[in-house]
Ligand binder design. Structure first.
Ligand SMILES: C[S@@+](CC[C@H](N)C(=O)[O-])C[C@H]1O[C@@H](n2cnc3c(N)ncnc32)[C@H](O)[C@@H]1O
Length: 377
């Protein structure tokens, strides 16, 4: 039996499947167009959620790597290469074609990933790489029980209590911006320019996660020293592994909270993490005490407008979603528990630094996903 929902959502497929109008099923006073629009919207999200689960499975199995290395291949050839069950492989490939991820040639019975698709889904270092969003989305599903407890309790859920795919997902989510904009666009936009980093500066990257940003900086400025700190030990272990793999001796990592480090720095970075912290004002104040006299803070935050209704449009569904599962619970699990959320915008961030005693706060760059600020005392 076909569930009601599938019969209702027929706008796109009405020429392919029997079309049973909602009105014929729901004999009531509801506005039929509104009903169909609402159910169509929800069904679209459902198809997206199903496809994301399948994309993550294909990624784990290495399907995209194999598919991107050849023009096309049969399901059996792929299953032989990936060492996966042939019947399940065929089924997942058909889902991927139905979801618009792969193409299928009926004559040759082969599946293919386009070059553009490979840039988004198979090449970790491409500026278009998007698998981080997929992994982080899967962490939402895996965390449902614990996040539900947070909603029913005090709202707090520590970062480290999430499924591990959140930690690598976060690193991969931000990788394109660090690898393709941090050195090229953000560092030169600092008021002192980037000269000081070529002559031996000391930089702290607070809340560095798996260290993608720290290592990107360390390899671009070999004369400077970079210290990555995060209170999540598994992320710091991953950062240390990546530093060793890259042979970068000017980057070091330590497990530490954002209010527990020593030394004086030319630059202190908070990359997509300050809003996750419980006490951003105390943490900004602590950073102020650890800046050299001409030092500055670089703050990268998710893109947001200052108005709630503007944030409801565009990327709001993604940012508010991540924020309600990850960012706000993380902040509420810490002392003070300011719970800024990822959509605090420039006004929210400016007020944090004003409360912490900084005089200068300015936007120096932005991308579709991020805003970059420089803050000085
Ligand atoms: C969204 S992730 C961003 C990680 C990294 N900066 C990046 O861009 O990939 C937020 C990070 O902040 C860290 N974090 C949250 N609160 C912290 C605190 N009070 N002290 C240190 N790290 C903290 C988390 O462990 C997590 O790695």
């Amino acid at each position: 039996m076909i569930p009601l929902l599938f019969r209702i959502f027929d706008a796109e497929y009405s020429n392919l499947r029997p079309n049973l109008r909602v009105g014929a099923i729901m004999n009531n006073q509801l506005d039929q167009n509104e009903l169909e629009a609402f159910s169509g919207n929800l069904f679209g999200h459902t198809v997206g959620a199903i496809t994301i689960a399948c994309v993550e499975m294909a990624r784990r199995l290495g399907f995209y790597e194999h598919l991107s290395s050849r023009p096309a291949m049969s399901a059996d050839a792929l299953s032989a290469l990936a060492n996966t069950n042939p019947r399940l492989t065929r089924e997942l490939l058909d889902q991927q074609v139905s979801g618009g991820i792969l193409t299928y040639d009926q004559k040759s019975d082969e599946y293919a990933l386009s070059a553009e698709g490979a840039a988004v889904i198979a090449d970790q270092h491409s500026p278009a790489w998007m698998m981080g969003a997929v992994m982080a989305t899967c962490a939402m599903y895996l965390g449902h029980d614990k996040v539900e407890s947070a909603f029913r309790g005090n709202g707090g859920m520590p970062w480290g209590d999430h499924a591990p795919c959140l930690f690598c997902g976060t690193g991969e989510f931000f990788r394109p911006v660090y690898e393709h904009a941090l050195i090229q666009q953000f560092m030169p936009a600092l008021s002192g320019g980037e000269d000081r980093f070529s002559t031996g500066a000391v930089v702290a990257d607070i809340g560095c996660g798996g260290g993608v940003s720290t290592l990107t900086l360390a390899s671009a400025y070999p004369q400077s020293r970079f210290v990555g700190l995060d209170f999540h030990a598994p992320s710091i272990a991953e950062a240390n592994e990546s530093a060793a793999e890259k042979g970068l001796s000017n980057a070091e990592f330590a497990v530490a909270s954002a209010k527990d480090y020593s030394g004086e720095y030319d630059l202190i970075c908070f990359f997509d993490c300050l809003h996750d912290m419980g006490d951003p004002v105390g943490i900004a104040r602590y950073a102020k005490d650890h800046l050299k006299p001409d030092g500055s803070i670089m703050l990268i935050e998710p893109f947001a407008f200052d108005s709630r209704i503007q944030n409801h449009k565009g990327l709001g569904a993604a940012f508010f979603g991540f924020s309600s599962f990850f960012c706000v619970p993380c902040s509420l699990s810490q002392e003070v528990g300011r719970g800024m959320g990822s959509q605090a915008g420039e006004a929210g961030m400016r007020s944090v630094f004003e409360e912490a005693g900084f005089d200068n706060f300015r936007r120096i760059a932005e991308t579709p996903n991020n805003i970059v600020y420089e803050v000085t005392p």
